[in-house]
Design a binder for this molecule. Structure first.
Ligand code: GRF
Length: 186
């Protein structure tokens, strides 16, 4: 039986949002940190804190075969909510259907602005005075599901994509645990 309060966090890299979700867990339990990159830095951090991890290199495995293995790993642990946190892999339609309405993602822009990559460079290029981050539900269309929460971050005239990223990332680390906690209780 899937339990909405048992959360799996999916990462591919450094995992700073994953760390914030583990450290600020309230109303939910991080049942698993999973990755499509066995070398992802965040996996070791999770293990050291006693959080169970699962990883399987996705390169060379068929998309749906991979997603079935991942889905089974989540079901085996009675996970009911999935938080994508820098998971650099598009999930199959099959997987999104299996977990419909139960997958969240954090995106570094004020959606619907700047879906996809290079959001900070695009916000600066456009001359935006405000950027930020969004937590949204995952649907088959990239970065297009219902927005569950957003934080605005001012863009300074001297900002580079890197400096803006740092401030938006700090905002992500506050926003994501709060929205996830509200989501599992609704
Ligand atoms: C963050 O910018 C997040 O918004 C995006 O991917 C990045 C992940 O960073 N989805 P981290 O691995 O959580 O540090």
């Amino acid at each position: 039986m899937r339990d909405p309060k048992r959360v799996a966090i999916l990462i591919s890299g450094r995992g700073s949002n994953m760390r914030a979700l583990v450290e600020k867990a309230a109303n939910y339990e991080v049942a698993l940190v999973a990755s499509n990159k066995p070398q992802a830095a965040g996996l070791e951090w999770a293990r050291q804190r006693g959080v169970e991890t699962w990883s399987l290199e996705s390169k060379g495995v068929g998309k749906e075969d991979y997603d079935q293995l991942l889905s089974k790993a989540l079901d085996d642990r009675r996970v009911g909510t999935i938080a994508l946190a820098g998971f650099m892999r598009i999930l199959s339609a099959w997987f999104v259907g299996q977990w419909s309405g139960r997958i969240l993602n954090i995106h570094p822009s004020l959606l619907p602005k700047y879906r996809g990559l290079d959001t900070h460079a695009r916000a600066i290029e456009a001359g935006d005075a405000v950027s930020g981050c969004s937590v949204h539900l995952v649907t088959e269309e990239l970065d297009a599901g219902e927005v569950l929460g957003q934080t605005e971050v001012a863009v300074e005239p001297v900002d580079t994509p890197q400096s803006l990223e740092q401030r938006v990332l700090a905002a992500e680390h506050e926003l994501y645990p709060r929205v996830l906690s509200e989501f599992v209780n609704r």
